[in-house]
Design a protein around this ligand. Structure first.
Ligand code: URA
Length: 204
């Protein structure tokens, strides 16, 4: 049932593909969520990068490696959770001099465009817990532009993103730990708290 509804959503995608192609004036590949539609936990990242577009799956390549620690500590397998992103296309910039293409954070407008799809996706999945990675999904899911991961990380909170109350457990983005070594211990402590939360609430 959930799988059929997700398939339907991807087929008609609220005209997201059409809108984005018109917005960027070209054919933009979308990267949808991956994992069990019946999963109890949905992990929500920011947006796909080059590897994700190539493979057509979120969190592969280096980003997937960065997630391995998360899976190991929580004793989870990738197949047991559902993984998606707020933005379903790759935001990128081109260096004018070198013509090199690199990832960039999504703009507010790109996030707004992507929101209705994510709402419907989470409404269909209806997981027991949402886990957000970094600032972009935190702001989007709470609807609070001033929310910051520095303030919200590691504590569950009730949100009303889909119209139904759901619990969100915000975490730092695993990639940000690489650039900010001082966050490593905080991130590990948050994972320990998340594990405790999952056991205590019989999730999984
Ligand atoms: N890859 C993703 O799919 N999402 C992120 O947030 C980062 C890398």
């Amino acid at each position: 049932m959930k799988k059929d509804n997700l398939d339907d959503l991807r087929q008609n995608n609220f005209n997201l593909k059409k809108f984005i192609d018109e917005y960027f004036k070209k054919d933009v590949p979308l990267v949808y969520g991956d994992g069990m539609p019946g999963a109890q936990i949905a992990l929500i990242g920011e947006a796909p990068g080059r590897n994700e577009v190539e493979k057509g799956k979120p969190f592969v390549g280096q980003a997937g490696k960065n997630l391995e620690e998360f899976m190991e500590i929580l004793e989870l397998k990738r197949e047991e959770i559902y993984i998606t992103n707020v933005v379903k296309f790759r935001p990128y910039r081109i260096n004018r001099k070198t013509q090199r293409i690199s990832n960039r954070p999504p703009t507010r407008e790109e996030i707004k465009i992507s929101e209705p799809f994510l709402k419907k996706e989470l409404e269909i999945l209806d997981p027991k817990l949402l886990v957000s990675l970094g600032n972009v999904p935190l702001k989007c899911l709470t609807g609070c532009e001033t929310a910051t991961i520095g303030k919200y990380h590691g504590k569950p909170l009730d949100i009303n993103f889909t119209g139904k109350t759901m619990v969100l457990f915000p975490l730092y983005h695993p990639a940000s730990i690489i650039y900010r070594a001082e966050l490593k211990l905080v991130y590990l402590e948050d994972l320990r708290k998340l594990k405790e939360y999952l056991h205590y609430n019989n999730i999984l």
